[in-house]
Write a protein that binds this ligand. Sequence first.
Ligand code: NDP
Length: 480
Amino acid sequence: MNIQNYINGSFHNPIQNTWLDNYNPSNGAVYGQIPNSSKEDVENAYQAAKAAFPSWSQTTLEERSRILIRISELLESNLQRFADAESKDNGKPISLAKAVDIPRAASNFRFFGNAITQFSSESHESVGQDAINYTLRQPIGVVGCISPWNLPLYLFTWKIAPAIAAGNCVVAKPSEVTPMTAYLLGEICNEAGLPKGVLNIVHGLGGSTGQAIVEHPDIKAISFTGGTATGAHIARVAAPMFKKLSLELGGKNPNIIFADCDYNKMLDTTVRSSFANQGQICLCGSRIFVEASIYDKFKTDFVAKVKALKVGHPSLDSTNIGALVSKPHLEKVMEYIQIAKNENGTVLCGGKQVTISGYENGYYLEPTVIEVPTDDCRVNQEEIFGPVVTLMPFTTERDVLEMANKVKYGLSATLWTNNLNRTMRMTHALQAGIVWVNTWMMRDLRTPFGGVKASGVGREGGFEALRFFTEAKNVCIAYN
Ligand code: NDP
């Protein structure tokens, strides 16, 4: 199945007619082609967005809201089709795409369709000076949205929905590794009555198509989710042009388990927070620290549960772990397992590629648990982004806090304890944008979402996203 760019409300081949292969990770086969778009395609997308902006930015909030909610409804009524497409493109179990990815993409549109009707700006009365200040929050113009492959439609729409809700027009690029659901979204937008040019989707490689968006002098803001190295590169390109930047980057999140936690809930959730989506979620807890008094019990119970996870074809209901997203990514993750061994890590389970009958060329890997002797090893410091977690005991709150914070990243942290004072101390001291206590991945879309340190700059979610996608202009009126 060939994919086309979605520009000005219709579908187009890339101008230079060059294409990339699109792989199905479950069997390693090429199943379609996607545009390898050039600067000229990005320019066409920009021109369409620019032309649409005057009218879209003046469209009433009720009308914008109505269209966004209609897109949400259409995604819901096409749930199976989108879940199948997401699974085929990414390798994730269809059950996961159906339960999480596509419903969340629909929620993103519904949420921001509602949020824009509640968004307000501030006013400040300058008492004693006979003046009043009010703040306008005006759409920026044409903005760029660039997203990764792990939660393809979920993260793509998490940017697009607030951008268009706030009155901007968008040039967007999904990951070339997982372009399919973004392509299908174009049809849904047309059916929902989104005016042409408000959203333009250009497919292609990061280094060329993505780069052309970031470099474009008139695309005034970039919302990016992806790796830290790419984020640093984008910041270097965009900073001298004074673009607004929102960067959601990598993570190496600690999962800290104290003996006083609700053990069974912790154990089940930790299996999920380690291996959901083949461990390819930026919020997965990839470094597990367990209080020494329950370390041996946890190790035995956790490894037993992980061994019971079923690696299989993404279409089967029985599958817990599908395929990794691509061959290079599988190779990268396997390289890290070797690095762990070289650094005296002990593989407690997993560690090997899995061959599935009938799908021998798929990118399957056993969920892997590695006991590490020290926190200073590479597998505890570098992002692996696959079905691999490390395990270490700790004795004091101070020690575990030091290890938790001793990475360059600071996206999320999970804490398991029923001690209130400890909860308060630790949640204040953990260097992360999100801390979950006695839960994981529980999301309320109104809350600020993002990381500190090398995990990013800025916050998405709720009104934070609407603030990012608007410029604040203060107006001061003296009345005497
Ligand atoms: P990448 O950084 O490789 O790519 C992300 C996106 O950026 C892709 O669309 C990519 O294009 C594009 N891109 C690459 N180079 C450039 C460039 N020079 N200019 C503009 N765009 C470019 O990340 P991955 O896709 O590999 O995603 C995995 C990473 O994303 C992990 O580090 C993970 O932690 C992080 N992530 C962070 C999240 C967060 O909320 N903080 C959430 C989810 C993931 P293409 O791939 O098509 O070449």
